[in-house]
Ligand binder design. Structure first.
Ligand SMILES: [Ca+2]
Length: 187
């Protein structure tokens, strides 16, 4: 798929936006009124909590907010890690702008492949399952970071919350550390 990237400044907030499809696509063009409606927005998580965290502030849930800041891959304190190296835990991240979701990107920087479930939660509080998988060892190790891209179709309500579950009880390779989470969708 060809990806065309744009950048807009909306109400003082700079957001990266992207439109999938041919370069001539007008999907990312702001409306005539200049509002943010129907603009595809890519935003980083602005808040986070988790069912556990290795410590705080290092390896805490908040380390999964904002743009990626983990250098290389490895056991780095700039990414979230669960408390138990073999735990089943959920990271819940929030976003400032509610959007009709098109994709979630999970940036993994240590022991990737253990994300087993992704949900988006709409503004009415309903959770939608958008990804489910068994833990799988990635051999040989893929390039860093390992970005799990979850395309989303069929969720018409706006969302501003994403839940990511890791199951580290199967592979025995320790925590799947998450550096950042991006939500892409129409504002
Ligand atoms: Ca981070």
């Amino acid at each position: 798929m060809k990806i065309t990237r744009f950048r807009f400044v909306i109400a003082g907030l700079t957001v990266a936006a992207m439109a999938a499809g041919p370069a001539s696509s007008v999907a990312a063009v702001p409306s005539q009124r200049g509002s943010a409606k129907n603009v595809v927005i890519a935003q980083w998580a602005s808040s986070a909590k988790a069912t556990s965290q290795y410590s705080s502030p290092l390896w805490a849930a908040g380390q999964a907010t904002h743009k990626p800041n983990t250098v290389g891959c490895g056991d780095r304190p700039t990414a979230w890690a669960s408390k138990d190296k073999a735990g089943i835990d959920t990271l819940t991240v929030g976003f400032k702008i509610p959007v009709v979701p098109q994709m979630v990107k999970v940036y993994q920087t240590y022991n990737p492949g253990q994300v087993t479930k992704v949900q988006v939660v709409d503004v009415k509080g309903k959770a939608h399952n958008v990804y489910a998988a068994a833990p799988v060892a990635l051999v040989p190790p893929p390039p860093c970071p390992v970005i799990l891209e979850v395309p989303i179709t069929g969720v018409t309500a706006k969302v501003k919350t994403v839940r990511i579950t890791v199951d580290q009880s199967v592979l025995g390779i320790y925590q799947d550390e998450i550096d950042a989470v991006q939500l892409v969708g129409k504002g």
